[in-house]
Design a protein around this ligand. Structure first.
Ligand SMILES: [Fe+2]
Ligand SMILES: [Fe+2]
Length: 211
């Protein structure tokens, strides 16, 4: 567990043979939100640290970008500890999660429908990440300027607890067909991304980015 900013904490698993990191983030605002659960094993490992930081406060939201083990494999661990938690996800993910046994609250989030709650002002951006380029989401927290970029902006290397410096426009331009293998969707996504102005990017893998 690494503290990245005043209230942003990063949890990391490092896969040495691949030189690859898998991160989750706790934004310990009021209310608190977790970006990605990690795998079941990650969640088991991270839960005690999260409880310590929240110090009796509830975890109110878990943002799930898309249905994959590193994004939501540990959901049951957090649901057991925080049964009032609400999962924020796309409509596709919202339909799938109960099929995997998740019984908690789900809020399907939409583009152009911000979620404002206490210190959080969350904007959602379509992200064609699921198989066959179906809908996943990115999440931008406007008050802190934090963009959780999931798999969209990522690198190899042991980036735990570290920021690299970059420019938003440059990071958006760098997204290529390897990330979003459809020219039309890639163009739409880049156009949407250039409408926001994040201060830093919390990546799913690699080095976080200060802008
Ligand atoms: Fe993924
Ligand atoms: Fe990922």
């Amino acid at each position: 567990m690494k503290k990245l900013t005043e209230n942003l904490y990063q949890m990391t698993t490092y896969i040495q043979p691949m030189d690859f990191t898998i991160h989750q983030y706790l934004l310990a605002t009021n209310p608190a939100i977790l970006f990605a659960t990690g795998t079941y094993e990650d969640a088991k490992k991270n839960l005690p640290f999260i409880k310590e930081i929240l110090d009796g406060w509830e975890l109110k939201y878990i943002f799930v970008s898309h249905l994959e083990s590193d994004e939501c494999g540990g959901l049951s661990v957090f649901f057991s500890e925080y049964p009032e938690v609400t999962v924020l996800c796309s409509s596709l993910c919202g339909r799938e999660l109960p099929g995997y046994g998740y019984k908690g609250d789900i809020k399907v989030c939409h583009v152009d429908e911000d979620l404002i709650d206490g210190e959080l002002e969350l904007q959602f951006i379509d992200y064609p990440s699921e198989v066959h380029l179906q809908n996943g989401l990115l999440c931008f927290e406007k008050n802190s300027g934090l963009l959780y970029s999931s798999d969209l902006m990522q690198q190899y290397g042991h980036g735990s607890g570290q920021f690299i410096q970059s420019h938003w426009k440059q990071e958006v331009e760098k997204i290529d067909l390897n990330r979003v293998p459809n020219e039309k969707y890639l163009h739409i996504l880049k156009k949407k991304l250039l409408q926001i102005n994040p201060q830093y990017i919390a990546v799913g893998h690699g080095f976080c980015i200060k802008l």
